[in-house]
Design a protein around this ligand. Structure first.
Ligand code: ZN
Length: 288
């Protein structure tokens, strides 16, 4: 059964580790992530962007697929199904469809409007026992067509949003979605520390986990990050493994064109990436 991300993140923050959010794109992605979480006894969050939601034929299709897998694969670790960078309408649609967690990304609105819309969603999520992520300060790179500059969030605005009763807070600290540029300045730990001091127990979320060096990830966790989003890294490892299979001509030998064979190396590559991340984040063996 899907669970809210609240309990797993409260434990993670208290235990100084982070739970990975791994974005899904199809059945292979979902299966790879769930099986790895189960093998490593790690809690996990499945992320779905609005674009991926459309690609997978809508939120109800996704809820059906994920719930089916939890049962058929005997997944017993805590799993949250979470909308990533949702609009206000998207968040409501996911709640309706059976997601256990949603993010409302109001970071592009003036802070007053972000507060107003987040407040409404807090009420709905509280009634239904769902977790809610809010964002302050846009995260750099591309979020489904919206390109942000990678600003650092204002710690006072973070406190204002955290106090609304949300479950977890994403705050820009110089992080970027997608691949990091050569001249990237790194994470602003000064900003992160200031945010943590203002927001106390609130689990903080680090977006754009792909390509952040391990030592920075560990430092971010020590400063209150309890959820880390990984998306691009699984895409890159899936693509590289699939390319290798095709370039070796394996799709042209025997029944190598069978999709179950063709997609297998990519599936294994996602599993390896997820395992590596769960080990780095410290969430292995944290599921009860
Ligand atoms: Zn993000």
């Amino acid at each position: 059964m899907l669970v809210s991300a609240k309990e797993m993140l409260t434990k993670a923050k208290a235990g100084k580790y982070a739970v990975g959010q791994f974005n899904i794109n199809n059945l292979e992605w979902t299966k790879a992530i769930l099986l790895t979480a189960q093998e490593l006894k790690s809690p996990v969050i499945l992320g779905v962007s609005e674009g991926a939601g459309k690609y997978m034929c809508g939120y109800k299709t996704i809820v059906g697929m994920v719930n089916g897998m939890l049962e058929e694969l005997n997944i017993t670790v805590p799993v949250a199904l979470h909308l990533d960078h949702g609009s206000y309408e998207g968040a409501k649609a996911c709640i309706e469809a059976g997601f256990s967690s949603v993010m409302f990304d109001g970071s592009h609105y003036p802070i007053e409007e972000n507060i107003a819309k987040t407040t409404e969603l807090v009420k709905i999520c509280e009634e239904k026992g769902l977790s809610l992520e809010a964002e302050v300060g846009s995260i750099g790179g591309e979020e489904d067509g919206v390109v942000g500059a990678g600003e650092c969030a204002d710690p006072d605005e973070c406190k204002a949003i955290a106090d609304l009763g949300i479950t977890m807070l994403a705050a820009g600290i110089g992080n970027i979605h997608g691949k990091y540029p050569e001249n990237w300045a790194g994470l602003s730990f000064e900003t992160l520390d200031a945010i943590q001091q203002k927001t106390g127990e609130m689990p903080l979320v680090l977006h754009g986990g792909t390509g952040i060096p391990s030592d920075m990830i560990k430092k971010a966790i020590s400063l209150g990050v309890a959820k880390i989003n990984v998306n691009t890294e699984c895409q890159l490892s899936f693509a590289a493994a699939t390319r290798e299979y095709i370039e070796a001509g394996k799709d042209q030998s025997g029944k190598g064109f069978d999709p179950r064979k063709l997609l297998a190396p990519g599936f294994e590559a996602i599993k390896a990436t997820v395992k590596e991340k769960m080990e780095l984040f410290g969430s292995v063996n944290k599921a009860e």
